[in-house]
Design a binder for this molecule. Sequence first.
Ligand SMILES: [Zn+2]
Length: 659
Amino acid sequence: MDFWREGVNPCCLHKRRDGTISKTDEYFGREAKNEKAMMYLLLSSARRTLASRWICQSCRGIKHASTNVASYTPPEPSKAARELRNGGPARTRFAPSPTGNLHLGSLRTALFNYLVAKATGGQFLLRIEDTDQKRKVPGAEERLYKDLEWAGIEWDEGPRIGGPYGPYIQSQRTAIYRSHVEQLLESGNAYRCFCSPERLNDLAKHRQSHGNGSEYDRKCAHVPKEHSDDRAAKGEAHVVRLKAPDKYPVYNDLVYGLVRQRGDYKQKVPHEQYDDPILLKSDGFPTYHLANVVDDHLMKITHVIRGSEWMSSTPKHLAMYQAFGWEPPKFAHVSLLVDKTGAKLSKRTGSVELAEWRDKEGIFPEVLNNFVSLLGWSHSEKHDVMNMEELIRAASLKFTRGDTIVAFEKLWFLQRRQASRYVSLPPSTPYNPRHDINKLALPLLLKHLAERSDLPEGPPPTEDFVRALLWADAQNYTTPSEFITRNITFFTPPTSSDLRNTLPSLKLHNIPARANHSVPPSFATEFASLSGIEDWSAAKLKAWTTELMEKQLRRSLDEVGSDEEKLRDLFKKAWAKAMHGYIRWAIAAGKAGPDGAVSMAILGKEETLRRFDLAREVMMGVVDDGADMFAPNGEVESGSALDQETGASDGGDAGGGRD
Ligand SMILES: [Zn+2]
């Protein structure tokens, strides 16, 4: 179904392998009875907007989100996106070696292949290239599956689930490679090489000392076939080499256009040398070159999307397709990821492993996909924030040439956007663990808090407390560490010296001189009446602050003896600003954070009252100290050596701060 045409946001829908819609029931045993029921759930009202239909904040931009879904039509697919789809269903593959953890570059390769398959209604295959037994790392295969599953890149054929062209683990396919090598030996396109490693070594050294490459001199190509068969039958160690053509085929790369092997170097080089690539190693295992060509052919791969580091090997692979008499797939080589200095992306310049981003930084799976998708791919969507469904919809082969600089700022931007979107999902949304900020962020926050050393002694913050803060400030969520630092005043109350160092400018702004009015010093004492609030909720606190503002406004207007509308508006604005400044100062020493009422609700009644008490003491102390705090245009001075004991609590016109 076309979700967009149906007016349904596909954000929360995840297709199963068999093409049906949702995974939710699998995860949670909830019954997603039918598509229609899920549509209704999706269409239910948004918590944030109370609109009749919910639309992904990330899709529309949080600040500019319109609630009218009917007015939203997704952009026309770009020319590149249409071209890709016109080519028919694509079969693509991700073929990693289990030699380590999945890193950003390989995640991107997997994702590009996945998107192209999904966008064209084709299949995405996973194939494990483990023929280099020496490089195999124990456990790496399992980690790979885990990483891909976490990212939501599910394979249609591959290990664990099988498929019509299996097995999908190369070490289980050695008989297939050998029989194909036999074919090439028969047809004369390959030959056995019996040279000892020592001879090859000497050859390479000799060539290199003459400034040439380490290619082979084709000595064994002249061994007659019968001799070669005989020596092999007797068990003599050998490799099998491809007899490379005199000229490598030119090919049309989907990204780079026509690509030809550099020069016809055979003629330029004085000594006979050939880069006859090894197909079968002496241990009987195939090389990457052979295995990937045979497998791509047998598995009916139509598009090979891989890193441009493979570009120089592609002519060899095409020569092999030629030797077999096979039609090659299409090739698209994607840019290399580099850091800001142009060096290959490495651990040195920032984390590169998926597991690290997931486990240490708490990056959400959708965010990491979105981030890597934008590295070296250009789209014509209106914005960069895309979930998987949107990525599939926009997928194309419009990859950029050359290196791609990875700027991690974008990652944080995307993380904030998605976090904000997750908390705006209506509670009735079909459950998707990839959208559950409580699962994605809360455990890491609690873990981080437990490990943090700069928090005051005492019982650790409760889960409810941290969850409330997370939901209140999700739009600023990047990593656990940064989030807690940003909101540190929720865990470490401001001290009186913090408060003295950050005194708010308590003046009424933009009040005309004729009104000549200032904030009464009694203002600081007004907050004592917060203690009368029984139902300590953000809504109640909001109402309370609004009431206090109205009260101050009335008093100001009474004092200046005017009820002029223009003056009223000015006072209203001025008081709103002054109150906001005072509240932020009292509860957080002026630091930015969630809305004042929301912050007070999270802190709880006791803690909030304690903070306002201390704030009043500090403020009244400054007043008693003779500082000119309340002058309409007076600059705020930071007092020193203040006597905190002088804080007046009776709400009178204490001190001489007024003019
Ligand atoms: Zn040889």
